[in-house]
Design a protein around this ligand. Structure first.
Ligand SMILES: *Cc1c(COP(=O)(O)O)cnc(C)c1O
Length: 803
């Protein structure tokens, strides 16, 4: 790879950019101006390389990957891009020479928060790996004006504020108005025969213009760059409003109203389906613009669509982009004149589907009425796909109950997951356990009929960002032990650290790195929200979206128990223990918001109790997001991964912690199972029911009361919940929920969890043992690199070559 800048040439480029774009010079420029100048300078280099990459892809007629996701949780880009371009030290130096502090400047960049949590962050990590592995790939999403809301805690409760990220964030975006696509909604269908063919046209539709805003992404140690294409919505503004007849004038304002709302805001629900019509509009807007863009470029290169599946693969991140299937069919038939069979053959060889959840409330089922009114032609095609699929199912099973389960259209609803299974060439889960559950349970019948479609690709994370870039201390140690920077392209090289398990100097250094990171995070937390953290305390962390299945409440129950033990015996805690939480709740998810309130009530109570001073602390970190995770992961010591077994598809937070040397307290769920495979019982703190045991318990009638009556400590803890804390708020509602339903089996796992936390705290006192375990965690985290996951997609699903 060629390094594009020296310190001097970067300084010159920044100075020129400040003059050209902002009419200023380094001595006068504000931090915001300098930040934008940095983005523009790096964007220019990447855009130039993008032209070269596109040229090669076209000339060599390479197969392309199109990664479709309604969410891309990119976070910040400046440090990442400078890192990947190999100019991070030069950038820091240049900024210093021009009178700016690079650390402060990097901290000013807003997160591009175009996603909710794990699913959106996965898309971002994969885009980095696809680029680094030299795969010609494009990510597609919506250029939401407002990303995931900013969270403030006011009087213990979550308040949502709009996330207006584009002010500075748009410096990374390259608008491409010439590549805009028109997307049509509603209207009526007119059918007519011409030249022996039945033609179908959609009349009186509402039209929205989709304008690409491209974000160029650089890979590590390669000149190859890829693009994240974010669709912005604009109205097809009439040239001369005065000339418009009355009817057209009104329609023009309809178009405008739709255009103004469609890309306005990201839906903030994670792992939950809300059947809102605006969301369906977003999905179709996104899918139609993307498919048109892919088809247009394909035709420019090949002049035919007959080889579309040989040159394109469309990977869909959950069912949110499932409408690609009927949309491809529509374009192949209505615009390219193919017959059904040919169009279906090409479509079903082009689309691959990743499932992300088995929670029934997260499965998308659109009301047929809504689909029919909003997308009349797409609805016709879905009906025909459903009819043919049903015929196939009936001929295979001859069982009406199976027909019902596998139906695409049933009971007035369109079931998107079944559409994806029917129309996809591949269906994959995101961890070994999750993929097994898909085959044995969720898609059992489809698996019996078409077993070849089903596969697993365990999730991964961008280890360059989540280790090397954010944890320079640990990166230094790895380089010293594992042969320089080799691990950045070959994450399995981390394995070499295992050889130092009995090297007390190495273990000591690891301990020192963690200590420094804790001091640094304590400083950050003080500046960010005015809390005081004690670096001597165990940093015991649960950060992820707030969801009942993730069981933050179980963590709280244990903390209450510890607090009560401390009240009985002030000497029962010798090592200070700090519990850190970070979590956004979907604004409409009342129970999740109550749990946030509870965490804050408990934190407040404990902080005012002199008996807890220097012993027990609970902190709720506001506004959990990618950039906060980047500060926190290097400082974390305990990773809480305590979902009800069988419910977390994979988890990726678990991997970030492991890579930074935190030890996991967790259930055998999602990718924790694979962590356990490489670590063994001795290097993590496993507890609780297994997935099959949890399912059996639920099936055979779970009675939470039985657990309470055998465990006085649990009963006492639940009573405290009921009564509430210093602020006088009662949590009777959460108490009732636990004793009457306890859908996620918290009380069944409570005792085992308390025991696991006790084992963890005891182990913590043996520093040598702890540091050795930590070393093994880092050493064996290589399998969770996104490079491994993306290589598996490329080899087993996409059939594209890679570095
Ligand atoms: C990694 C990440 C997640 C996913 O965390 P899980 O523990 O796997 O649910 C969510 N949010 C952010 C900001 C992340 O970086």
């Amino acid at each position: 790879m060629t390094v594009p800048f020296t310190t001097q040439s970067l300084q010159d480029a920044l100075t020129a950019k400040l003059a050209l774009n902002f009419g200023t010079e380094p001595g006068e420029a504000t931090d915001q101006e300098m930040l934008k100048a940095c983005a523009l300078v790096l964007r220019d280099v990447m855009a130039l390389r993008g032209v070269q990459t596109a040229k090669e892809t076209k000339k060599e007629q390479k197969k392309q990957v199109h990664y479709l996701s309604l969410e891309f949780l990119m976070g910040r880009s400046l440090m990442k891009n400078a890192y990947n371009l190999g100019v991070l030290p030069e950038l820091k130096e240049a900024l210093g020479n021009l009178g700016f502090k690079s650390g402060d400047l990097f901290e000013l960049e807003p997160d591009a928060g175009l996603g909710n949590g794990g699913l959106g962050r996965l898309a971002a990590c994969y885009l980095d790996s696809m680029t680094t592995l030299d795969i010609p790939a494009t990510g597609y999403s919506i250029c939401y004006e407002l990303g995931i809301f900013k969270q403030k805690i006011v009087e213990g409760q979550q308040v949502e504020l709009p996330d207006d990220w584009k002010g500075v964030g748009s410096a990374w975006l390259l608008p491409k108005p010439d590549e805009a696509q028109a997307v049509h909604f509603g209207g009526t269908l007119r059918e007519f025969w011409h030249d022996g063919h039945l033609h179908i046209v959609n009349e009186n539709s509402t039209t929205v213009l989709a304008v690409p805003c491209d974000m160029v992404v650089a890979g590590y140690d390669t000149d190859h760059v890829n693009t994240l294409r974010l669709w912005d919505a604009r109205s097809t503004r009439p040239v001369d409003m005065a000339l418009f007849s009355r009817g057209e004038y009104l329609k023009a304002s309809e178009d405008e109203a739709m255009a103004e709302t469609i890309a306005k805001v990201l839906y903030p629900e994670d792992n939950h389906y809300e059947g809102k019509s605006l969301r369906l509009k977003q999905q179709y807007f996104f899918v139609s613009a993307t498919v048109q863009s892919i088809v247009t470029k394909h035709l420019e290169t090949y002049g035919t669509l007959k080889n579309f599946h040989e040159k394109n693969i469309i990977q869909i991140n959950d069912t949110h982009p499932a409408l690609v299937i009927p949309e491809l069919m529509r374009i192949f038939m209505d615009e390219a004149g193919m017959n059904w069979d040919e169009a279906w053959d090409i479509t079903s060889r082009s689309v691959a589907y990743t499932n992300h959840t088995v929670l029934s409330e997260a499965l998308e089922r659109w009301p047929q009425q809504l689909v029919e009114t909003l997308l009349p032609r797409v609805w016709q095609i879905i009906q025909e796909i459903a009819r043919r699929w049903q015929e196939k199912v009936e001929n295979f099973f001859h069982d009406p109950s199976v027909t019902e389960k596998m139906a695409i259209v049933w009971g007035g609803e369109v079931r998107m997951a079944n559409l994806c299974v029917a129309g996809g060439l591949s269906v994959n889960g995101v961890s070994g356990l999750h993929s097994e559950i898909l085959k044995k349970d969720v898609f059992k019948n489809s698996y019996a009929m078409e077993p070849w479609k089903f596969t697993n690709v365990t999730n991964g994370i961008d280890h360059r960002r989540w280790l090397s870039e954010i944890n320079p201390g640990l990166d230094g140690l790895v380089r010293d032990l594992a042969g320089g920077d080799d691990y950045l392209l070959h994450p399995q090289a981390l394995k070499k650290l295992d050889a130092y398990a009995d090297d007390s100097a190495v273990l000591k250094r690891l301990d020192e790195i963690k200590w420094q990171n804790k001091v640094k995070f304590a400083d950050y937390a003080r500046k960010a929200q005015g809390v005081t953290l004690d670096p001597n305390a165990i940093f015991d962390v649960q950060v992820k979206r707030l969801h009942e299945y993730k069981r933050q409440l179980l963590n709280v129950l244990h903390i209450i128990t510890l607090y009560q033990q401390l009240q009985d015996d002030p000497n029962c805690i010798t090592r200070p223990h700090t519990f850190l939480f970070g979590a956004k709740a979907a604004p409409g998810y009342a129970v999740a918001k109550r749990i946030i309130h509870l965490i804050n009530s408990l934190a407040d109570d404990i902080s005012h109790d002199p008996r807890c001073r220097g012993k027990l602390q609970v902190v709720f970190l506001e506004n959990y997001r990618v950039s906060l995770a980047e500060h926190l992961m290097p400082a974390s010591e305990v990773s809480q991964q305590i979902s009800t077994a069988g419910k977390e598809a994979s988890g990726t937070g678990n991997m970030k912690f492991m890579m930074n040397g935190a030890l996991t307290v967790g259930t055998l769920d999602g990718a924790n199972v694979e962590m356990h495979d490489v670590l063994g019982d001795e290097n993590m703190f496993l507890f609780g029911l297994h997935a099959d045991q949890a399912a059996t318990l639920k099936r055979e009638g779970y009675v939470p009361q039985r657990y309470i009556s055998h465990d006085p400590q649990m009963e006492r803890c639940l009573n405290a919940l009921r009564k509430g804390f210093r602020d006088g708020v009662s949590y009777e509602d959460l108490y009732q929920r636990l004793i009457s339903q306890d859908e996620y089996l918290l009380l069944a796992d409570y005792r085992a969890y308390c025991d696991a936390e006790r084992r963890m705290a005891e182990t913590y006192e043996n520093r040598e043992t702890w540091n050795r375990m930590s070393l093994h965690n880092i050493a064996r985290s290589g399998i969770f690199a996104a490079d491994r996951a993306v290589a598996e997609y490329a080899d087993n699903i996409w059939d594209v070559p890679h570095r």
